[in-house]
Design a protein around this ligand. Structure first.
Ligand code: PLP
Length: 239
């Protein structure tokens, strides 16, 4: 067992789950409707193992270069059951075929070009045999706050992306995803979560991937069905 220093992953997971339950309580929701994705980016497989032992089998990674060796190491180290990897970062088109065989969901579908690439690479029966999840569950990433440096489509461009994704046999559209701006006070990002929910409802989509360490309780109050939590579980990421 590799040392994780003073970090107690199972206590952290328990604390996050308790806050999820409290937020659900406030919102009159069943905690079973919220999936916790533990974001392990920047951390070694020893911590992934600790999270898995604490019951977190949904793990989030945002870079192909990090996901591929980590998924391979987790598999070869005999981690049972194997985690389900969620890809949460911008996926470059030239990484699609490397990444697809490892992931249970893509949270960052952010362009029609990426839909086309997935269609080309994963279309057809052959891919269904080779990929763990086919069609691939996807969330369409929306840049609700219109921040210049962020990926994701603007709300105006969402209908085109949604149409392309729904027409693609290799993709199962689950819902919408957003990365909220860092504003310090989670109450200030509540309108962003509310806007994502309104967009999802307007397009008949049920699932919402939103909320991170700083704001996941508020995201749950606003309807998140998936929260992506890194630091509250694994501590600060090594620089
Ligand atoms: C890193 C990351 C997270 C987790 O962030 P924390 O603040 O560590 O909880 C969630 N979503 C995305 C897209 C990320 O890149």
């Amino acid at each position: 067992m590799a040392s994780t220093g003073t970090l107690d992953i199972s206590a952290n997971v328990a604390a996050v789950r308790a806050r999820i339950a409290e937020a659900c309580d406030r919102a009159g929701r069943d905690p079973a409707t919220v999936t916790l994705v533990a974001v392990s980016k920047g951390h070694p497989v020893a911590l992934v193992r600790a999270a898995a032992e604490a019951g977190c089998l949904d793990l989030g990674e945002n870079r192909a270069q990090e996901l591929l060796p980590k998924a391979a190491e987790a598999a070869s180290s005999g981690l049972i059951p194997l985690p389900r990897w969620h890809f949460i970062g911008h996926l470059q088109r030239n990484k699609v075929w490397d990444v697809l065989p490892h992931i249970a969901a893509l949270h960052s579908l952010d362009s029609v070009d990426l839909v086309r690439e997935i269609e080309q690479r994963a279309g057809g029966l052959d891919a269904g045999i080779r990929l763990p999840r086919y069609p691939l569950p996807c969330y369409l990433e929306v840049n609700v706050a219109g921040e210049a440096q962020k990926h994701g489509v603007t709300p105006d461009a969402l209908p085109d992306l949604l149409r392309a994704a729904q027409a693609c046999e290799a993709i199962e559209v689950r819902g919408l995803m957003t990365v909220a701006p860092h504003l310090g006070d989670p109450e200030r990002v509540r309108p962003v979560f509310r806007a994502l929910r309104a967009l999802a409802e307007a397009h008949g989509l049920d699932e919402l991937s939103m909320g991170m360490t700083e704001d996941y309780p508020v995201a749950i109050e606003e309807g998140a069905t998936v929260v992506r939590v890194g630091r509250a579980i694994f501590g600060a990421r090594p620089a």
